[in-house]
Design a protein around this ligand. Sequence first.
Ligand code: FES
Length: 176
Amino acid sequence: MTALLEGLPRNQGQLLPALHRVQHELGWVPRESMTVVAKHLRLTEAQVYGPATYYAEFRLSPPPKRLVTWCSGPSCRVLGGDRVLNILEAELGCRLGRNDSSGEVGLWLGQCNGTCERAPQVWVDGRVVGPLSLADTVRLARGVAAGETVVDVPEGALQIESTATQVGAYRHGGDS
Ligand code: FES
């Protein structure tokens, strides 16, 4: 892992670039990597651990089986993204940037990907899902936690089905 930090100047100003390097390479920031970063930058472990756990952009858990990525972009936030996040955290049982206790489902931070016409949105296993009402968000989170799969349907509607049999179709503003 020390090779990852090669060429990086050894000072506190390089802390965030160092953590980004680790995450880019490993997909997350393991606890042991913080020790390596601390040694390289001549910092205490606490000086690394604090920022690594403060910024939601750093993932402190390995990639989960099911990933819900919350869009933190301006259009999504203006249209209720923060409330969507509150519901996701409550329903999935994990904070932003973490996995749930089973490690199966994760809730990670995302940036605007240019599909703002579907704000507020999340990505479920890489698929855009939105626009989300608060009721949609509750159903979506429960569906993901139950192992259901989100599929694209025409006109920006949202549909979620189990991998075995379809259990429901949800449209923005009402059930169907
Ligand atoms: S702000 Fe969320 S997709 Fe653009």
